[in-house]
Design a protein. Structure first.
Length: 243
């Protein structure tokens, strides 16, 4: 049974879709993500002296405001010079605080890059949806390949900017330590520069893709990389779903 905004199982009964969210194997109408189809003011940076054995790790801190959220994929913005991503991960922020900045991911997924990806949003899907707890801060991260470049917008989160999905159920963290977005530059210097660290409120364009559907599930090989193409038209629309 559903009321004005929620079903008895805790999932939302009304849902404003972010048209940028697409993951093969899932109903796009059930998916929620933070960032729009076309990021603005994106600059490509060289990894420089990032640890050659791990590559650079980049991410964003986020939470959901409703129950029954599940992370189905992580997407990231790829520019012409980016060299691809080897692994994506989900972390619980408090685990870093509790364990002295030595935490284990809740879930990971790896990519199989058969060819250099085209510019745009790239999606890495998990083998199965990963449950996330409402009002709990998580990090989604990507680990770049050993050499290459990454996309970023310095100062994006200035002024404690909070980014919310069109549904209002998914949001970036405001006031979290160390700030948003987050990175690990070199594994060999964790004592001086632990993960998660933050620099100039930079957005690294890493985005959780979440569903609140109680029957969410996807078939097929989860380890793939896909270029997202978008339909030109209204960015957001209202969708009424029934439980």
């Amino acid at each position: 049974m559903c009321f004005a905004s929620f079903c008895l199982d805790g999932s939302p009964s009304t849902f404003t879709k972010n048209a940028a969210c697409e993951v093969p194997g899932y109903n796009a109408a059930d998916l929620d993500c933070l960032f729009p189809s076309d990021p603005t003011n994106v600059v490509v940076f060289d990894q420089g002296e990032a640890d050659p054995t791990t590559g650079l790790i980049l991410g964003v801190i986020f939470h959901t405001t409703v129950a029954n959220g599940k992370l189905v994929a992580i997407r990231y913005w790829e520019q012409n010079l980016n060299m691809g991503v080897g692994e994506v991960a989900l972390w619980r922020l408090d685990d870093f605080i509790d364990d002295g900045y030595s935490a284990t991911p809740i879930a990971t997924s790896s990519t199989v890059v058969l060819a250099p990806p085209s510019p745009g949003w790239q999606v890495v899907k998990f083998a199965s949806p990963v449950p996330i707890v409402e009002d709990t801060d998580y990090i989604v991260s990507i680990q770049l390949n050993q050499e290459g470049y990454y996309s970023a917008t310095n100062g994006y989160f200035d002024g404690n900017l909070q980014v919310m999905s069109p549904s209002g159920y998914l949001a970036t963290c405001v006031g979290c330590s160390p700030g948003n977005g987050v990175y690990l530059y070199a594994e060999g210097t964790q004592g001086q520069n632990p993960f998660p660290s933050s620099f100039q409120n930079t957005n690294y364009w890493v985005d959780p893709v979440v569903t609140y559907a109680s029957d969410a599930g996807a078939a097929g090989d989860p380890h793939f990389l896909v270029r997202q193409d978008f339909i030109v038209g209204p960015r957001n629309g209202m969708l009424l779903s029934f439980c």
